[in-house]
Design a binder for this molecule. Structure first.
Ligand SMILES: Cc1ncc(COP(=O)(O)O)c(C=O)c1O
Length: 482
């Protein structure tokens, strides 16, 4: 193949290629609405290797051949936009988000400087302003990151600098060890933050939760006391708004009181549940958020934006640049509009235009559309929980806090007896394996107090009651003979 790029191709070929790509995309996306289609084609590594051309050869291939591979990649992959995808905290994205992704790819620039991405920079500032206002962060600032894990890491780094203003220069060697606190149900990225920030995982104390998965403030106070007695300096506490497994919201107000008393940075990991701020009905779950020092918020979860779309917000002005500036005169010049540059607020140099897809989708939905979406998800979860309660052999493991439903399906052979935790654990894993093999529903499981339970995540507002019943039917069928 000759070395052609879109820029050198004749206009009609650009049209042909992009139209064909759009056709493939449209056909694929339409399939999300087809309830008879499998969610997961369950492709084996062997099938994948056989059906797509993996290794680029010495000679290039025609664009038609390459686009055929696009079709096959789509066919062999799980459909995360299908209602049967209930496996993770994301799913069911909207087309405006897809168009925003295209815009970012077509513009193909970095968010480091205003100079390179003037429009996207102003848009990112606007999105940050909007999100800060919803959180009550005034003053507030923020930055889009590659995901919730990186947003959380940046929060730990921000707290470290707040605790020791020399730490970026001197490192932590010789300093009094710093401790951080997070619940036993918090996301693993918080612990990873402790590793990367140099605090170490020994310094990351896991605080007990109550029955519904929320951090217990008294246990936090006790853990802080213990760390102080061991010679640590408490610097950071993370409250989770929407825990990964339970979907629970830690009580921010009492945690903020404790953080304030000990002079600690309060971070709220709202990667999942930060979007609840959009719902006048449910935003009380984050009551006290305006007292937090930082907030992770991922619109790629409950708001349905395509991955990745995540922001770290900070209730300060200028702090992120103070945390992350390391000097790059070749890039950051003293010039007009340099005050809009975001590169020194970030861990990255090249950075994607993830704010574009959020902006486009928010324009389309408006605040009310997003509020309706969040309310719909919470309602779906309640309706699903009601179905679980009513169906013989099914048991709700916890009351529903948001969009996650934790439940067991008791095998037929054990329905007249009281199954042991071990039996329920094994049954959940076995049933889930069978359900996954059917390809019609993708559902996950997670340990709840050491016993595996189904974790149904309802983040696709297009799921209907019929879909919900179908999921339960699938599970029931898979339990047959156990
Ligand atoms: C509570 C919580 N925080 C952080 C993350 C990490 O987000 P990401 O997957 O965008 O890195 C997750 C992921 O599920 C999460 O559930």
């Amino acid at each position: 193949m000759p070395l052609e790029t879109a820029a050198t191709l004749p206009a009609e070929e650009v049209d042909t290629i992009l139209s064909r790509a759009a056709e493939i995309a449209a056909e694929y996306l339409r399939g999300h609405g087809d309830r008879s289609a499998v969610v997961n084609p369950c492709a084996t590594p062997k099938q994948i290797r056989e059906q797509i051309t993996l290794m680029p050869g010495r000679e290039g291939r025609s664009i038609e051949a390459v686009l055929d591979d696009v079709t096959r990649v789509l066919e062999l992959s799980p459909r995360t936009g299908h209602a049967g995808w209930c496996n993770q905290l994301f799913g069911g994205y909207d087309l405006t988000g897809v168009v925003g992704e295209w815009m970012a790819a077509i513009l193909n620039s970095t968010m480091a400087t205003y100079e390179a991405a003037p429009v996207a920079t102003i848009i990112e500032h606007a999105m940050i302003e909007k999100m800060c206002a919803l959180a009550g962060f005034e003053p507030g600032e923020g930055i889009f990151t590659p995901g919730g894990s990186i947003s959380n890491l940046m929060a730990v780094l921000a707290a470290r600098l707040a605790a020791d203003s020399d730490s970026n220069r001197t490192g932590l060697a010789g300093a009094k060890p710093m401790a951080m606190f997070t619940s036993t149900e918090s996301h693993y990225s918080i612990l990873r933050g402790a590793m990367i920030a140099g605090l170490g995982t020994d310094a990351a104390r896991r605080v007990d939760i109550d029955h519904e998965g929320r951090m217990v403030p008294e246990a936090l106070e006790a853990a802080i006391g213990e760390a102080i007695r061991e010679g640590y300096r408490p610097i950071f506490v993370c409250a989770t708004a929407g825990t990964t497994v339970y979907g629970a919201y830690d009580p921010i107000e009492p945690i903020a009181d404790i953080a304030q008393r000990h002079g600690m940075w309060l971070h709220v990991d709202g990667a999942y549940g930060g979007s609840t701020l959009l719902s006048p009905t449910h935003r009380h779950l984050l009551s006290g958020i305006e007292r937090a020092d930082s907030l992770t918020w991922c619109p790629h979860k409950m708001m349905g934006l395509p991955l990745a779309c995540s922001a770290l917000l900070v209730r300060r002005d200028g702090w992120l640049a103070q945390c992350n500036t390391s000097g790059a005169e070749y890039l950051f010049h003293d010039q007009p509009n340099a005050c809009y540059d975001m590169g020194e607020m970030s861990l990255q140099c090249g950075r994607r235009m993830d704010a574009l897809k959020l902006w486009l989708t928010w324009q389309h939905f408006g605040d009310d559309g997003f509020a309706a979406r969040i309310d719909q998800l919470f309602d779906l979860a309640q309706r699903f929980a009601a179905m679980v309660r009513e169906r013989p052999g099914f048991r709700l493991v916890r009351d529903v806090s948001s969009c996650n439903v934790l439940f067991h399906c008791v095998p037929w052979s054990l329905r007249d007896a009281q199954p042991s935790p071990e039996q329920l654990d094994l049954a959940t894993r076995t049933i889930r394996e069978r359900v996954m093999a059917s390809g019609r529903v993708m559902i996950n499981y997670a340990p709840v107090e050491g016993v595996a339970a189904f974790r149904m995540v309802l983040v696709n507002p297009r799921a209907t009651d019929d879909d919900l019943r179908l999921y339960l039917d699938e599970i029931e069928t898979a339990a047959a003979g156990l």
